[in-house]
Write a protein that binds this ligand. Structure first.
Ligand code: GLP
Length: 243
């Protein structure tokens, strides 16, 4: 089944829709298992979820969260780490239980062992019900960079040069910035029951076109989503400008 695509006039409408969509899923299944990304795109969404919680319109007490990726070498307290991001931008603001938060570690003795343990945790949770995704300018989902096999699972990955520039900028200590990450795989993502992907802004237009219009290929990891039968893609006009 083709992904369902909705293009919004403005970002507010997009985030309102995404918020309601998640609240509906939460009402349907209070013990929802959710995959959660980081990135600028989801900041307004997470702010809305916190607001809904404060207004007592959303209850996360039974929700389980799985983060999608982390930079290798960064401690959870590092301000650029995804552990830090998700804590500050979402988890501290909602009534989720610590034991239900699953984060990929940036500091590990064995990436393979950590990856395998994470896959097992997802399996033991009954799989991911709702996978929330952003997309990189090069078409990556989580940190599955171009070339990632569609049967890939949680693993260590070398970050693309473009990703390092997008996420850290060229200036400063670029060479000291993380070169690797640990990420859930494309197969891990495709096993989710439902997937929702959000993209805003002109910088994402090319990746969105590659995801939806170009042949399905590992050149654009997000194009793998066309193999899934329950995918919803929410775009603003800029992100949809090349469709
Ligand atoms: C990040 C994450 C992805 C995210 C993407 C887009 O680095 N690894 O999960 O979807 O890149 O980020 P942004 O929303 O900041 O553009």
């Amino acid at each position: 089944m083709k992904p369902k695509v909705i293009i919004f006039e403005n970002r507010k409408e997009l985030y309102d829709y995404a918020t309601e969509f998640i609240l509906t899923e939460l009402k349907r299944k209070p013990n929802l298992v959710a995959g959660m990304p980081t990135g600028k795109t989801v900041v307004p969404l997470y702010a809305e979820l916190i607001k809904k919680h404060e207004e007592k319109k959303a209850n996360f007490s039974k929700v389980k969260v799985f983060m999608l990726d982390e930079y290798l070498g960064l401690k959870p307290s590092h301000k650029k780490s995804f552990n830090y991001f998700i804590d500050k931008k979402l988890l501290e603001g909602i009534n989720i239980k610590r034991k239900n938060i699953n984060l990929l570690p940036g500091i590990v003795l064995s990436e393979n062992k950590a990856a395998q343990e994470y896959e097992n945790k997802i399996k033991n949770a009954g799989g991911i019900d709702l996978m929330i995704l952003g997309i990189g300018v090069n078409g990556h989902i989580a940190f599955n960079e171009p070339g990632s096999p569609f049967n890939s699972r949680t693993r260590k990955i070398a970050l693309a040069h473009q990703t390092r520039i997008s996420n850290f900028g060229k200036i400063g200590s670029f060479f000291k910035n993380p070169k690797h990450a640990i990420t859930v795989g494309i197969a891990t993502i495709l096993e989710s029951k439902k997937i929702i992907l959000l993209a805003t802004g002109k910088s994402k237009a090319q990746a969105i076109k590659a995801m939806l219009k170009d042949p399905v290929s590992t050149k654009c990891p997000a194009s793998a989503l066309r193999k899934h039968n329950d995918v919803l893609i929410l775009l603003d006009k800029d992100a949809a400008s090349k469709l």
